[in-house]
Design a protein around this ligand. Structure first.
Ligand SMILES: NC(=O)c1ccc[n+]([C@@H]2O[C@H](COP(=O)([O-])OP(=O)(O)OC[C@H]3O[C@@H](n4cnc5c(N)ncnc54)[C@H](O)[C@@H]3O)[C@@H](O)[C@H]2O)c1
Length: 369
């Protein structure tokens, strides 16, 4: 859980990429999308939470917490009372479920938090969703970590995912199997997306690009990993906006697929589970080099062998099926994405003046700021 907040939680239901007529509703710690056509908008007194109701649905007085417990405080996936209440109020058509205990390394310190959120919390949501009428189509975040010790590249939907290298990966893999079960038994539409190293504004401070930025700016040394046999470590870094656009496609596809399946009374396999990265992979050295340029500061690098902490040395996605099925087409290269991240970082922490003017973002690119 990040000090700066969740990138997907902040950006995923972003209005600017939703189609006209769609409305998003987001609780601080629970992201749910309601039915687009049958909605009208009501705002909470505080303006922090907006509920969308069907015409004719029971009106919820602004700020009335007795009818919707916890709505104004955010909630946990594990809170069945809250979830049931929400489904009583709103006939959600789509859910984008990105809440989870994320992070590979932290799983060694707090393993139970992964079980609580990624398994117990997830099952709680599925239990409520399976009983809803209509059932919502659910798109949820799995992870490239499920590929674990797989060495075949680029990672594809057909590769083995039964050798997780971390408890985090094991819980995401469990989520995939659990999703399959709910699809098989209850016909619930579940699309799991295997994200690869998602980065950007509002990112997680426990991720390397984030703490490298902080440490470079503070003149602290950074550990740049190589493999045990001294090969480079590389990742398919994926910029948040590319993921957001893909998620919208997956939500639309998930809902449509679900409708067809119901009409044809066929259960079908749970869709999704393809890799969602941004090939080609970038080596850690490139990540550091780009940050040095953007920050106008040389990093104090120590090259060290990667410890056995759950991280994997190389991730690379074959995204052709994700494109075919959901129109997922990442277009942001690492330099462009990091430039946007650094712009956000220096502004968020109020340190613009410390980063030299000439290293600031190219002002020509305002496409999605
Ligand atoms: N960022 C990445 O590189 C990456 C890569 C692969 C997969 N993912 C997945 O994408 C999703 C979002 O990741 P992120 O990087 O934005 O993580 P994040 O930690 O920034 O955001 C996750 C949010 O979920 C909330 N949360 C955790 N447990 C919860 C619970 N039981 N109930 C309600 N809320 C809960 C946390 O408080 C946090 O705000 C996660 O499912 C993660 O596993 C992320």
């Amino acid at each position: 859980m990040g000090e700066a907040g969740p990138p997907l939680g902040h950006a995923a239901p972003s209005q600017r990429v939703l189609r006209p007529g769609h409305r998003r509703r987001r609780l601080r710690r629970l992201t749910l999308l309601p039915r687009p056509e049958e909605t009208r908008r009501r705002s909470s007194r505080a303006g922090q939470l907006q509920l969308v109701l069907r015409p004719g649905a029971e009106e919820i007085p602004a700020g009335s917490s007795h009818q919707a417990p916890n709505l104004h405080r955010g909630g946990r996936l594990n809170d069945a009372v809250l979830l049931n209440k929400l489904f009583d109020i709103v006939p959600f058509s789509h859910i984008l479920q990105v809440e989870a205990q994320a992070g590979v390394r932290y799983a060694m310190q707090n393993p139970l938090s992964y079980i609580n959120s990624n398994i117990a919390g997830f099952v709680n949501l599925l239990e409520v969703a399976k009983a809803a009428d209509p059932q919502p189509a659910i798109v949820w975040a799995s992870s490239s970590s499920v590929y674990g010790l797989n060495t075949e590249v680029p990672f594809s939907e057909n590769h083995r995912t039964d050798q997780p290298a971390s408890l985090y990966a094991a819980t995401k893999k469990a989520g995939e199997e659990i999703a399959h079960t709910y699809n098989h038994i209850y016909g619930l539409s579940l699309t799991g997306l295997r994200f690869f190293t998602v980065y950007g504004p509002w990112g997680r401070p426990d991720m390397a690009y984030f703490f490298f930025t902080k440490d470079i700016l503070h003149g602290k040394g950074i550990n740049v990993y190589v493999t045990q046999d001294e090969k480079e470590v590389a990742r398919d870094f994926t910029y948040i906006d590319d993921i957001v656009k893909g998620c919208v496609g997956a939500l639309e596809h998930g809902g449509e697929e679900h409708r067809k399946r119901r009409e044809e009374a066929r259960p079908g396999a749970a869709p999704g589970l393809q890799p969602w990265g941004t090939p080609p992979p970038s080596p850690s050295e490139s990540l550091v080099g780009i940050l040095e340029t953007l920050l106008g500061t040389k990093a104090k690098k120590r090259v060290v062998k990667m410890p056995r902490n759950g991280d994997v040395p190389y991730t690379h996605a074959n995204v052709s099926l994700a494109y075919k099925d959901f129109g997922y087409k990442p277009t942001t290269d690492l330099a462009t994405g990091l430039r946007k991240f650094v712009k956000w970082y220096v502004s968020y922490y109020g340190i613009e003046s410390r980063v030299k003017k000439e290293n600031e973002p190219n002002t020509n690119d305002h496409t999605d700021d």
